[in-house]
Design a protein around this ligand. Structure first.
Ligand code: BGC
Length: 390
């Protein structure tokens, strides 16, 4: 997954944004924009399969085992990246319930929903199982979103956050020249509208993915994504159907340094906190109010690690970032480890299926397995480069 082709801003300014303000219909959902931050006053679910990967790595590195084991106590999101993966959801939610019953504290599970037809339409490494041309839209709704919804309904007394379809709407904003993205346009929109409506449950809060500053930070790209959000949420029942927006999912952009100003001086958002604030102002002009932002800090601890901001695959030299927590800054619902750090972004061997040149490029760590597979040496680098340290 991730950034793919970043289209630089057009030379002309977007002048008419303020005329778009206001007037979208508002219907209630569980934790709508005006409601409570779902990350506040809760414990976070620890995914046993993630902690098992960390534990196995700790065993192989006895000298550093104590430090490594600290990662096993840090929460990560769970990813539903295929129809088959939904089979794991009941176990995850049951385990979260056990954790909740044992601690007496509401225990939040963060679920990434990631299986749109023509997924990853501008890159290779996370190409998915569903195709627009092969009835993907109906399959996405019936075989993926419906069973997820059923599980959310079967666990009514535990809080759930959904990070909805990383990269998808970002691709619609900037990658329409690519046939696979062009073909995906109506289907991405319909799929996301369907999911938002289904997930409007008392225990579920939805964050739509808004890519990251190095992709959508430019003025014209922010205007493009705002228009897309407005249209999608209009069809889904209004902006308050979602709690907010997820930034930096599986990317590496630092919270606050000025790397972006060096790498792309024309981008007014040199880092993720500036992006959150600036995107918020743009979205306000399109009628969005009181939305919360979450930022993936799993791998953005260390700055000055890439030669190109567009590098998104297993970026060499990255370190674990800020630990997940609620309200770290005004307007930010949470920092969270959305990408489980240690999972690969994509295979580095060009002879393998789903190879993307970014994963063999100069900024990428070598020896990487397929996306989503545990990449032990990379995990160790993340641990060594952690900022703050473990
Ligand atoms: C991959 C998914 C994986 C996720 C979390 C994505 O890049 O495409 O298959 O579940 O990362 O590691």
């Amino acid at each position: 997954m991730h950034q793919r082709i970043r289209i630089k801003p057009a030379l002309f300014a977007i002048l008419a944004v303020s005329s778009c303000a206001g007037s979208l219909g508002e219907t209630g959902s569980s934790s709508p924009a005006s409601g409570k931050n779902p990350f506040k006053d809760v414990a976070f679910f620890l995914n046993p399969s993630y902690t098992a990967n960390v534990e196995a790595t700790a065993k192989k590195h006895p000298d550093e085992a104590d430090t490594i084991r600290k990662v096993a106590k840090i929460p990560t999101a769970v990813w539903l990246d295929s129809i088959k993966a939904v089979d794991k959801l009941p176990d995850w939610l049951d385990a979260a319930k056990k954790q909740q019953d044992a601690s007496g504290k509401p225990t939040l599970t963060v679920v990434v929903v990631y299986d749109l037809p023509n997924r990853d339409c501008s890159a290779q490494s996370s190409a998915g199982e569903l195709k627009v041309a092969e009835n993907g839209e109906a399959r996405y709704m019936n075989e993926f979103i419906d069973p997820i919804t059923a599980q959310f309904k079967a666990h009514p007394d535990q809080p759930i956050v959904v990070v909805l379809e990383p990269d998808s709407l970002g691709n619609l904003a900037t990658n329409m020249a690519l046939p696979l993205c062009q073909e995906a346009k109506p289907v991405y929109k319909n799929g996301i509208v369907y999911a938002i409506k289904k997930f409007a449950l008392p225990n579920v809060s939805v964050y739509l993915d808004a890519a990251h500053s190095g992709w959508l930070g430019w003025d014209d790209n922010r205007a493009k994504i705002a228009k897309i959000f407005k249209s999608v949420l209009h069809d889904a029942g209004g902006p308050s159907m979602i709690r907010g927006f997820a930034l930096n999912t599986a990317n590496y952009t630092h919270l606050s340094n000025r790397d972006g100003a060096v790498l792309e001086p024309t981008n007014p958002c040199p880092n993720e906190l500036t992006y959150a604030k600036t995107l918020g102002k743009t979205l306000e002009m399109y009628g969005f109010k009181n939305h919360g932002y979450i930022i993936d800090t799993s791998r953005n601890g260390k700055g000055s690690i890439r030669a190109a901001w567009g590098s998104w695959c297993n970026v060499h030299g990255a370190g674990l970032g800020e630990r997940p927590r609620a309200e770290p800054e005004p307007g930010i619902d949470a920092y969270f480890w959305i990408k489980p750090p240690g999972d690969s972004d994509g295979v580095s061997d060009p002879s393998q299926p789903r190879y993307d040149p970014m994963c063999g490029g100069p900024d990428a760590a070598k020896g990487a397995p397929q996306a989503g597979v545990w990449f032990e040496s990379y995990f160790m680098d993340l641990v060594h480069n952690a900022r703050p340290p473990l």
